[in-house]
Ligand binder design. Structure first.
Ligand SMILES: [Ca+2]
Ligand SMILES: [Ca+2]
Length: 212
């Protein structure tokens, strides 16, 4: 190779705009075909573990529909100020950002991140629609509704939560925290879901400490 050709080749190699992206990163960003929950149900605990009725998962895929393993999925509940996360999620696999109302989990080898979120209602009802945002690698995967059987945020799922629910039902506004079947409105089937949660006995405890 001549000296001039060698110089030109080196110049090409180190020109920033021509740096090649490794093939291993070709799948990013992770906005292919994620699978999101229909809604998120915040739950209470029995004092040791979260109620299994609140379990949900997020499946993250790249544009080629390949699962993305070992990436962080963030659930952001800051859009629902009438709900609060518990300060202790009783799950070492979850990372809690209390201040920003966010919880994150890593996907497994199949691109699946699993959550069960402890939390409850806080103050008067306010939120409607799809306030829970789910992110991965800085990209919004989607927004989903979020509710809580423990509407008053104390004493676990108990009689006063039923009183709160009845008042929110009577108001005629589709407050998302009372829409337990994720139908988009508040009605009789939500009441059936609440009784199921009450009868399960798995939500006798509220947050020990609550996120701000
Ligand atoms: Ca309660
Ligand atoms: Ca409903």
């Amino acid at each position: 190779m001549s000296r001039s050709l060698r110089t030109f080749s080196l110049a090409l190699l180190f020109t920033p705009s021509l740096i090649l992206v490794p093939c291993a990163r070709a799948g990013f960003p992770p906005i292919g075909n994620p699978i999101l929950p229909g809604c998120i149900r915040l739950v209470g605990s029995d004092g040791v573990q979260a109620s299994p009725s609140g379990a949900f998962s997020v499946v993250v895929r790249d544009l080629a529909n390949n699962p993305l393993p070992f990436v962080a999925v963030i659930v952001d509940l800051s859009g629902a100020p009438d709900l609060r996360l518990c300060g202790n999620q009783l799950d070492a696999s979850l990372t809690l950002d209390c201040t920003n109302a966010r919880v994150s989990a890593l996907t497994d080898a199949n691109g699946v991140a699993r959550f069960t979120l402890l939390g409850g209602g806080y103050g008067p009802p306010f939120t409607i629609g799809f306030p829970a945002q789910i992110f991965c690698q800085g990209f919004l995967l989607g927004s989903v509704p979020v509710c809580s059987f423990d509407l008053d945020g104390q004493g676990g799922v108990s009689a006063n939560d039923l009183s709160v629910w009845l008042a929110e039902f009577a108001a005629g506004t589709p407050y998302v925290r009372s829409d337990f079947d994720c139908s988009g409105d508040v009605g009789a089937n939500d009441l059936s879901f609440w009784f199921g949660a009450f009868a399960s006995g798995t939500q006798i405890g509220s947050c020990g400490t609550t996120c701000p």
